[in-house]
Write a protein that binds this ligand. Structure first.
Ligand code: NDP
Length: 433
């Protein structure tokens, strides 16, 4: 706290992990002796830089860019770039820190990093986005490399932005390389990367639910968000026979008791780049409400937050209990406040934490890196099949840790422990680095 007094999101993420690791430290005094935790919470490197660009009206604009290279014990730094006005060092560090353990859980050789800028893509023209991305990459390219640090997308960074960033990298470096993941299929992207986080969330949830001798079929689900993660979670949940009744954005939410129509959401968000409120103009059974979807008082079974950090507070978690929610799995990063998580645990809501539940995106990103290295493209079914196996294995690892340390179905602690052990062993093996 003394070192980073104004980094509340980062502190929240660190304290939650450290709390979970107590039983591991009791079992492994060598982690205390070598101060592994001290190393783990200190990024290997942090870059902060100026991003100048020009808007369509000719004004000179300045944003602040970040890249945090947090931990490379098990592979090159890997983690997305976020473009959102709320981006600051605390947010990027919390995301980078979480990414270390998440990437470890995937079982693939990738370290943890994260980046972004306090740029607001909303309302910007295509050319403004392009000029911004070019300026961002002009600086960022000094710090990244295909065996060093491979960024991807996150909030506000989808296929279009990755394309502009990649084009500028190539222009400055004169070579094709797998420097970013989430690329277009025409220039080195992987099939199933777009779907990966949302599909992966449902593969994880399915494994968790089956282990409780229950099934996704006929369950009613609330999803927040209407972006990349939310859309493909919606699709896979429906394919598994569940009914999703909400989607949202930062202004409000849609409630459709008949079940959200996937094609309409895709049309509005992916084709027209519109707002979710337009859904109610197209589908007569749906209603649009301003505010948070977590304040909607309806009975349902499963909560899938897929929008942003701290979107669920303590009162909203209490409402979930009243509404009969049995499971929550996090598509977004850290969407539940610490107090909300306590409510889940106190009321036996089974909780699948973000670093396990949403690891599908980064897992397929790592598969994209493999494909780029061998200069081959795998087919959709191959990648999707591997994704499913990875998510099932993540559930197995955290449930094994839960049993080993007798945590009582505390999958949050299970994920922190399982993710940490591999990183800690790798750090110890490499000495004081
Ligand atoms: P998108 O930008 O595609 O979508 C984000 C969605 O969340 C939009 O509907 C957005 O609404 C909404 N949202 C953003 N900020 C807020 C807010 N403050 N309050 C309410 N709603 C908000 O992002 P993604 O779907 O890619 O990412 C969503 C979450 O999933 C993030 O936490 C991200 O870190 C996490 N994640 C994403 C991965 C990926 O592969 N994409 C991988 C792993 C995690 P609006 O349009 O109004 O801003």
């Amino acid at each position: 706290i003394k070192r980073d007094p104004n980094q509340s999101e980062f502190q929240e993420a660190v304290f939650t992990v450290l709390e979970s690791l107590k039983p591991v430290l009791e079992k492994h005094p060598e982690y205390i002796k070598t101060n592994i935790l001290g190393s783990l919470v200190e990024p290997e490197r942090v870059f902060q830089f100026r991003i100048p660009w020009q808007d369509d009206a000719g004004n000179y604009r300045i944003n602040r860019g970040f890249r945090v290279q947090f931990n490379s014990a098990i592979g090159p730094y890997k983690g997305g770039l976020r473009l959102h006005p709320s981006v600051n060092l605390s947010i990027v560090k919390f995301l980078g820190f979480e990414q270390i353990l998440k990437n470890s859980l995937t079982g693939l050789p990738i370290g943890g990093g994260k980046g972004g800028a306090d740029f607001d893509p909303k309302g910007k023209s295509d050319l403004e986005i392009m000029r911004f991305c070019q300026s961002f990459m002009t600086e960022l390219q000094k710090y990244i490399g295909p065996n060093l640090d491979v960024p991807a997308g996150d909030i506000g960074v989808g296929g279009r932005e990755i394309g502009y960033l990649y084009g500028q990298y190539k222009r400055l470096n004169g070579s094709q390389s797998g420097i970013l993941t989430g690329k277009g299929l025409e220039y080195g992207g992987s099939l199933a990367r777009t779907e990966a986080t949302g599909f992966g969330l449902i593969y994880f949830l399915d494994a968790l639910i089956k282990d409780q001798k229950d099934s996704l079929k006929s369950k009613t689900i609330k999803i927040s968000g209407a972006g990349n993660v939310a859309i493909y979670a919606l699709q896979k949940a429906q394919e598994n026979g569940a009914k999703v009744v909400t989607v949202s954005d930062s202004n409000g939410y849609i409630y459709d008791p008949n079940g959200i129509d996937l094609a309409t959401v895709k049309q509005i968000k992916e084709v027209e780049r519109g707002r979710i409120k337009e859904y109610a103009d197209k589908i007569s059974t749906a209603k649009y409400f301003e505010g948070s979807v977590w304040d909607l008082d309806i009975d349902y079974d499963i909560a899938l937050p897929c929008a942003t950090q701290n979107e669920i507070n303590e009162d909203q978690a209490q409402l979930m209990v009243k509404n009969g929610v049995k499971y929550i799995a996090e598509g977004a990063n850290m969407p539940s406040s610490t107090k909300a998580i306590k409510v889940y645990k106190d009321n036996q809501i089974i909780y699948g934490p973000a670093k396990a539940a949403n690891a599908g995106g980064v897992a397929v990103s790592a598969l994209e890196m493999s494909q780029n290295s061998e200069r081959l493209s795998w087919n959709f079914e191959d990648v999707d099949h591997q994704l499913k196996g990875i998510m099932e294995n993540i559930y197995k690892q955290i449930s094994d840790a839960d049993k080993e340390y007798d945590l009582g179905k505390d999958y949050q602690a299970g994920a922190n422990i399982a993710g940490f052990e591999k990183v800690a062993k790798a750090m110890l093996a490499q000495g004081l680095v």
